[in-house]
Design a protein around this ligand. Structure first.
Ligand code: CAA
Length: 285
């Protein structure tokens, strides 16, 4: 039978980490949310306040539940505060070395049966698992942006992940109100492997000036029933994150579909990272 997890941790409080902390707290779990310094922690807290505020305004959350959600998240700048977590989700930027350092540190801090999960979109979960002394307790738990809204969690098992760990994470996903799909450890898993070729192609159409950004987005929203056009979605995902995902998939498969369209790298270098910096393909107030 799956373990009922009550104490969880999240490391990295960017858009995804803060969203994951919110989802966990909304499901009644006690969350320790960690980032490197006070400024990062405050940004994370801001994300949660803004998102729960929006949920309140849309009638998805009652005022007293919002207060309870915020109270269930303990913010911290120290990984040591994860010493009692039964599961930790890492959601720091997509850099293998940084993630390996965090996994190795968590391995020393957390009890031997703590599950160490990564929200990576495309890096190898297996490579992360061997940065710890407990590869069988390491798993991918991949949420989608915005985490409080998107229903899917991809559960990524490596060749050494214990079946009971997969079961525990699937049961947790259900408690979070999510639907899980399970996949082996390959770059892009299911959704990104299929999505990013399309997004990259849309950027190439735009770069080659075949159509305006508005028309590309309108075509896919109004012609194909997608909630958002591809360029608006790139801005939501973050141009840097999108570049890293494409680059990793391209390096793994050498499939030209995933060779990042040059303007993506240029936008990244120029700091046009999408919604989070106020400008990407579109400009945000
Ligand atoms: N908490 C709870 N519910 C919320 C919420 C919040 N913070 N914000 C919005 N919602 C709810 C709204 O109440 C609304 O619900 P109903 O339909 O029941 O009324 C619904 O979400 C949509 O909200 P809005 O119409 O107000 O639109 P929005 O602008 O707030 O959000 C969107 C729209 C959810 C982002 C939608 O455009 C969408 O689904 N876009 C596509 C997103 C997508 O494809 N994400 C995946 C990206 S890929 C990825 O993440 C993987 C990776 O590794 C990079």
């Amino acid at each position: 039978m799956a373990r009922e997890l009550t104490e969880v941790g999240v490391v990295g409080l960017g858009t995804m980490g803060a969203g994951i902390a919110e989802v966990m707290a909304r499901a009644g779990l006690s969350v320790t949310a960690v980032d490197v310094d006070e400024a990062a922690v405050e940004r994370g807290r801001g994300h949660v306040e803004q998102s729960t505020g929006k949920a309140l305004a849309r009638g998805k959350l009652a005022a007293e539940d919002r207060d309870a959600v915020l109270e269930r998240i303990r913010f911290s700048t120290s990984l040591e505060d994860l010493a009692h977590a039964e599961l930790v989700v890492e959601a720091v930027p997509e850099r293998m070395e940084l993630k390996r350092e965090i996994f190795s540190a968590l391995d020393k801090i957390c009890p031997a049966d703590t599950i160490l999960a990564t929200n990576t979109s495309s890096l190898s979960v297996t490579e992360l698992s061997v940065a710890t002394g407990r590869p069988s307790k390491v798993i991918g738990m991949h949420f989608f942006n915005p985490a409080p809204v998107m229903k899917l969690v991809e559960v990524v098992r490596t060749v050494v992940t214990e079946p009971s760990v997969v079961e525990d994470v699937e049961a947790l996903a259900a408690r979070l109100g999510k639907v899980d799909v399970t996949i082996g450890d390959k770059a892009g898993f299911i959704a990104n492997a299929l999505l990013f070729g399309y997004l990259n192609h849309a950027v190439a159409l735009y770069e080659n000036r075949y159509a305006t950004r508005e028309d590309i987005d309108a075509a896919m929203r109004l012609g194909c029933g997608l909630p958002m056009g591809p360029l608006a979605l790139m801005d939501l995902i973050g141009i840097d994150t999108a570049y890293e995902i494409l680059d990793t998939m391209y390096k793994q498969s050498r499939n030209r579909l995933h060779a990042p369209t040059p303007v993506i790298k240029q936008m990244m270098t120029a700091g046009l990272l999408g919604r989070k910096t106020g400008r990407g393909f579109y400009t945000y107030a």
